[in-house]
Design a binder for this molecule. Structure first.
Ligand code: AMP
Ligand code: GLY
Length: 423
């Protein structure tokens, strides 16, 4: 089978690496891909939002399966357009991807179906949002309704900060149209866990858990980023918790979205927070998480093509997901200055150290080929993942491997997964 994967970051590299292990795969294309993906797939210069070009390409190459990985095209209806053109696609349609595309929708949805989440109110007018803020306890959380590259969430400690936040999101439109509506929600305290799952419309199967590190600097300081590193599994996510979430969060979500006439097929990513009152949903994503995917897929034993097919065919109940009884840690190598200003175009050396090394992976996030050399091309450059028999060993292995690669302004956090060692 020929497969087209839409996207071009570390997540897509990990997905393509995993797909390439399947005996069913004859050839993989990736649009637009990156320099690392180009080693295992044929990259084509089509953007993720260029639906007509993606469809024409997939038809010309007689692609048997299209995988739409990023949020923007999913929320904008890439799957609907591709299906209408007769393609077989893995990913939710627009009416289901709204679980991620609109925070106001997802909050109302959780409330309606009694899925545990933070208390909240939705606002269409900045004046009403501000009067409401006069009545709340701080800290409080402001969330732009739409997609904002993971940056549309502000945690405000004072009324002044919150008012400035409402102005930035709703009036100055710092995140564009994503800020036309605003969710104001209760601040929750607890450990965060990411749980990715496969869904076929009715059945949901969860993957091994993971934890992201969103802040740029050690000790969870600095600005929010797309994610600076992950580990899997989370030792805080117990079997008991998994059973509880299946009963109160996962299956109810799948049943409810179906009851709304918005059948979900694809990956649901549950951003959970483990509070004193039990686990609550911080957010839904309608896709694989990044960099969570870079630690979860290397530990998965199943053939990913089979799992994708089962989701599309509605036969996921026949699949038993299996994960290795080990751990993985991913450390993101970024360009110093990320997520603000940073240099691009710096030569990367040492990548060949990963070739043929079992249990070590280098997934490319922001790289490209220039004059035959691989150079940096984004804030997050590489994801270095290593497995180990436990989290401590995986962590030691991953940090050792971060030394194999060099580029100017290489920056990383040094405490990915450290909390587990300190336990
Ligand atoms: P989200 O995009 O909704 O996952 O929010 C991004 C990050 O903001 C989360 O990973 C949390 O660290 C934080 N966050 C979001 N909502 C809340 C909340 N209600 N209470 C505390 N922290 C939150
Ligand atoms: N790691 C968080 C996300 O993919 O949104």
């Amino acid at each position: 089978m020929k497969i087209l994967v839409v996207g071009g970051g570390g997540r897509e590299h990990a997905i393509i690496w995993k797909l390439s292990q399947s005996k069913q795969v004859e050839k993989i294309y990736c649009a637009p891909g990156n320099a690392g993906i180009a080693k295992i797939a044929e990259c084509v210069d089509i953007g993720v939002m260029e639906f007509d070009k993606l469809i024409a390409f997939a038809k010309e190459k007689q692609v048997g399966l299209v995988v739409v990985a990023p949020d923007d095209p999913l929320v904008a209806g890439a799957v609907d357009a591709m299906e209408a053109a007769g393609l077989r696609v893995f990913g939710p349609r627009k009416n289901a991807a709204i679980l991620e595309g609109s925070k106001a929708f997802s909050k109302d949805f959780m409330k309606k179906y009694h899925i545990p989440t933070a208390a909240y109110e939705n606002f269409d007018s900045p004046e009403e949002a501000i009067s409401y803020l006069e009545t709340v306890k701080f800290p409080i959380v402001l969330k732009a309704d739409g997609l904002a590259l993971g940056k549309g969430v502000l945690i405000c400690n004072t009324l002044e900060e919150a008012k400035a936040g409402v102005k930035a999101i709703m009036m100055d439109k710092q995140f564009g149209a994503a800020g036309n509506r605003l969710v104001i929600e209760e601040f929750l305290v607890g450990r965060e866990v990411s749980v990715l799952s496969f869904v076929d419309g009715k059945t949901i199967k969860v993957m091994s858990s993971a934890q992201d590190h969103k802040r740029a600097k050690d000790g969870d300081q600095g600005l929010n980023t797309g994610g600076m590193g992950t580990f899997s599994p989370s030792p805080f996510y117990t079997k008991e918790l998994d059973n509880y979430c299946m009963e109160h969060i996962y299956q109810p979500t799948v049943d409810a979205i179906r009851a709304e006439g918005r059948e979900f097929k694809g990956v649901i990513f549950f951003g959970l927070i483990l509070t004193e009152d039990g686990p609550k949903v911080l957010e839904y994503n309608a896709r694989f998480g990044d960099p969570e995917t870079q630690v979860v897929l290397p530990r998965m034993k199943n053939d990913l093509v089979e799992v994708f097919e089962a989701c599309i065919n509605g036969t996921l109940d026949k699949i038993e997901l299996q994960f290795e009884d080990n751990a993985a840690v991913c450390v993101i190598l970024a360009s110093d200055g990320y997520p603000e200003h940073y240099k691009k175009g710096c030569a990367i050396t040492g990548l060949e150290a990963f070739y043929g090394k079992d249990g070590y992976y280098v997934f490319h996030a922001g790289t490209k080929t220039m004059d035959g050399n691989i150079v940096t091309n984004g804030g997050r450059v590489l994801g270095v993942t290593a497995k180990g028999e436990d989290l401590k060993q995986a962590r030691a292995n991953a940090y050792a491997a971060t030394e194999w690669v060099q580029f100017e302004n290489k920056y990383m956090r040094h405490d990915i997964g450290k909390a587990i060692e300190d336990m």
